[in-house]
Structure formats: C-alpha cells, structure tokens
Design a binder for this molecule. Structure first.
Ligand SMILES: [Zn+2]
Length: 280
C-alpha cells in the first residue's frame, strides 16, 4: 500500500497550523496515483483558515512494482533516505530497484524521470510472480513504517556535537576524580565558544526543521528553547558566572541535551547502532 504520514503543517501565508497527511510512498502503477503526481496534486496542502494552496516540498518515493522502478523526489537532502537505502540494500540486494532508485531534486526533472522509466521498462521484462512482488512490497512497507516515525528532514553534522561533548566531559572528569588536569582560563574560553556555537547551530537546525515541517510540534519547540537557553549560558561575550558545582551540573545537562540530538545525526546514530549490535 502507499504510505502516508501525519504531519503538522504551518500555512506559509497565515501561520495557521493544521494536521495533514503526506505521502511518503506512492504506488504509481495505480493510475489515480500516477495522475496525482503528474498533475502536481501530490502532497498538495490547502489551508483551512485562509484557503492558501501549495504543493509541499516533501521527500517521497514513487514505486511501480509492475514495471519495477522506483524514484525519490528529494527537494532537500533527507538523511532518512540514506538509511532507507541501506535497508533496501541489506534486504533485497544492491541491484534491487529500490536500492538503486534515483534521487531527484527538481520537481519537473522528477516527473520527466518517471515518464522515461515508464517508457524504458516494458512490461515484458517482469519475471517475478505477482504474489512474490506483493510480498516484497509489504516487507518494504513494514520497514518504512518502523523507520518513518523517527523521520528527520535534514541531517546534523557530527563534528560540533562530538567536540562539544568532549570539551564538556573533561572538566566533569576533573571535578569528579579530584584530578589535577590543569584547565586554565583559556580552556574555558574555548569551551564557551565551542558549546555556544554548537547550541546555536542545533537551535537553528530544529527551528528550521519546524519551519519546514514538524512532526512533533511541542517537543520541537521545547528543544529549540532549551538549545537557545544553552547557547545563552555558554555565550563567550557576556560571561555568566556560577559556582564550580553548578557548572558541573550544567555541563552534565548540556551533554544530555546535545546527546538527544544524535537521533538526527545519521553518522553517529548508525555508528552507535552498530556498536550496540556488536556488543550484543
Ligand atoms: Zn493560511
């Protein structure tokens, strides 16, 4: 079946927000679905409040199991597609049409690609029985269902995340072990700059994600505020002063907050997943 996912969309005209179901997978061997794409009516949003209409720039996959091709519409880089693609490779081989599905950024190019693939793949090529291909589709949907719940629009860069965690971790270790790591004023100035930059970057990332499309509106808003507050505490311009014990607590909370964002950083996320699997 074609898969839809619920999202909370903010009207770009009047800022009214409403729930809307977006296609993430669309079976275009079904003529109505194919028409939906070719007539620009897929993921087409209409505002309940002001009546404004637009086709949303949301990444989704078109598949045709009869002619065996698949194409992604990917208007902006979607890290979830990288993850999906790895899954397809693992479960159906590098050469399966799911794993090789092209990722097209431009909408008109995307439609052109569908028409070209449609023409080049004659139905005579199909040698898989319908039952088998349907079972395969179900399997794909199952994978998609399980990964879509954590979908993120864009991917975070791992470098600021890892650097910040390291810089926050060292004073904590020093404090907890009563160690004598010599951390001078220069270290803390550098720490402030790095953590300030990282919080700023993360706050901006989640703010943008919310503007584009946000799946968990409340949660996202709290995250943005918490990150902005973190940036304020660490800002190197007007230094905030606390006792050392208080800073250790702030460091710990900051590490936790930054770690929460790892779910939107596929590089670290995949590494951790593999590490956990290898331990098991
Ligand atoms: Zn509106």
């Amino acid at each position: 079946m074609s898969k839809k996912m619920k999202a909370n969309i903010t009207c770009s005209k009047c800022r009214n927000s409403q729930d809307f179901y977006l296609y993430r997978t669309l079976w275009i061997e079904v003529p109505e679905n194919r028409d939906l794409v070719l007539s620009d009516k897929v993921n087409y949003f209409k505002c309940n409040s002001c009546g404004y209409e637009e086709r949303l720039q949301f990444p989704f996959l078109c598949t045709n199991s009869e002619k065996k091709y698949a194409v992604w519409f990917e208007p902006y880089h979607d890290a979830q597609i990288d993850i999906d693609r790895e899954l397809y490779k693992k479960h159906s081989g590098e050469n399966s049409y799911f794993a090789r599905a092209p990722r097209i950024k431009d909408w008109d190019e995307f439609k052109k690609m569908i028409l070209e693939l449609e023409k080049s793949k004659s139905e005579g090529d199909v040698n898989v029985s319908e039952g088998a291909s349907l079972a395969f589709q179900d399997f794909i949907d199952e994978i998609k269902g399980s990964v879509i719940s954590g979908a993120s629009a864009r991917a975070l860069n791992p470098i600021p995340i890892l650097t910040s965690i390291l810089f926050l971790f060292i004073p904590m270790v020093d404090f907890l072990t009563d160690g004598d790591i010599d951390l001078d004023e220069g270290y803390f100035t550098l720490l402030r700059m790095i953590v300030f930059g990282t919080f700023g970057y993360l706050a901006w990332f989640y703010f943008q994600a919310r503007k584009k499309i946000f799946l968990f509106k409340m949660q996202n808003e709290i995250v943005v505020w918490a990150l902005a507050f973190g940036a304020m505490l660490f800002n190197p311009f007007i230094q905030v002063h606390f006792e050392e014990e208080a800073w250790i607590l702030i460091d710990l909370l900051s590490i936790l907050l930054i770690s929460l964002c790892v779910k939107d950083c596929p590089v670290i996320y995949r590494f951790l997943n593999r590490a956990i699997k290898s331990i098991k």
